[in-house]
Design a protein around this ligand. Structure first.
Ligand code: ASP
Length: 311
């Protein structure tokens, strides 16, 4: 089945075969990357612009690496270097990008919906690299690929997503992807950090880590996103760790072979104990980063197939 759109703006709306196609292609890129081979002809002559209005380490560099491994010309634009600081609007930026004849545009923005708006104004295929609290589709793909490599499937798995659900675009994209693929998703956190409409998304809500982690196959921890909180939604970092931070004692309630994930950046000692984050067999956090490159190669490849022929 081919990808349903010219862009990748969200996981919501994708059907199981679309997701499975992306994951299968990403798996082949993961193997290619491990073999040390490259495929530099695929995006030869294509221009990929990374337009980041918010900080990023993993996402920006892995899109850059993914583009370069497929042979694209990659340009990184960060806000501090661009005219956006001089008051240029998003739409003026769009016409500049059109004039540059960019083929693939990766955008991260603090405003939910900014990539969708831009996609209506630029000729390029747009990839959402995180917009406000809305979605972060490539993160959900890399998480799903990592889970599938460890568990062999997504269907029927119990996945506990824990911590600051309310401010997390990672949680939102993961919930859409995992429920679409038949996983049983739980969200675990204090009532102040769980959106009121969470159950509508098809997840079970828990406010207690012990109950939420009981029998889980996957434990996904999220960062406390203080930059998106308007008031004091959590008492203190210490208090948060006591009730919701993942340590060996809480992890003992999940299955013995459960895996631990985190999208990064991690607040060690706040949402996750260092001993768990660095655990040699349970933590798959390093592999998530590796799968990030493979998934972004798959997304670029699939979207490039729909682009008009090289100029
Ligand atoms: N890196 C992820 C994001 O951009 C998660 C986080 O920032 O906590 O949403």
């Amino acid at each position: 089945m081919s990808h349903p759109s010219k862009h990748l703006l969200a996981i919501e709306g994708l059907e199981p075969p679309h997701i499975a196609d992306l994951l299968d292609l990403a798996e082949s890129y993961a193997l290619l990357n491990r073999s040390g081979k490259t495929q530099r002809d695929l995006l030869k002559g294509r221009t990929l612009i990374n337009l980041f209005f918010e900080d990023s380490t993993r996402t920006r560099t892995s899109f850059e690496l993914a583009g370069k491994r497929l042979g694209a010309d990659v340009i990184n634009m960060s806000v501090s270097q661009s005219s956006v600081n001089k008051g240029e609007t998003l739409l003026d930026t769009a016409s500049t990008l059109n004039a540059m004849q960019c083929d693939l545009l990766v955008i991260r923005h603090a405003q939910s919906g900014a990539p969708a708006l831009l996609s209506q104004k630029v000729d390029a295929a747009v990839i959402n690299a995180g917009d406000g609290t809305h979605e972060h589709p490539t993160q959900a793909l890399l998480d799903a690929l990592t889970i599938r490599r460890h568990k062999g499937r997504l269907e029927g798995l119990v996945v506990a997503i824990c911590g600051d659900i309310a401010h997390s675009r990672v949680a939102r994209s993961n919930i859409h992807l995992l429920t679409t693929m038949g996983s049983r998703v739980r969200v675990v956190g204090p009532p102040t950090l769980i959106p009121a409409d969470a159950a509508r998304l098809g997840v079970e809500v828990f406010h207690d880590m012990k109950a939420g982690l009981a029998g889980a196959d996957v434990v996904m921890m999220l960062r406390l996103q203080r930059e998106r909180m308007s008031g004091g939604l959590v008492p203190s970092a210490r208090e948060f760790f006591r009730f919701y931070g993942l340590d060996a004692e809480k992890l003992a309630h999940a299955k013995d072979d459960s895996i631990v994930m985190h999208p990064g950046p991690m607040n060690r000692g706040v949402e996750i104990d260092s001993a768990i984050a660095d655990h040699p067999t349970r933590s798959v956090i390093g592999e998530q980063v590796e799968m990030g490159v493979a998934c972004r190669m798959a997304v670029l490849d699939i979207l490039a197939r729909r682009l008009p022929r090289n100029r």
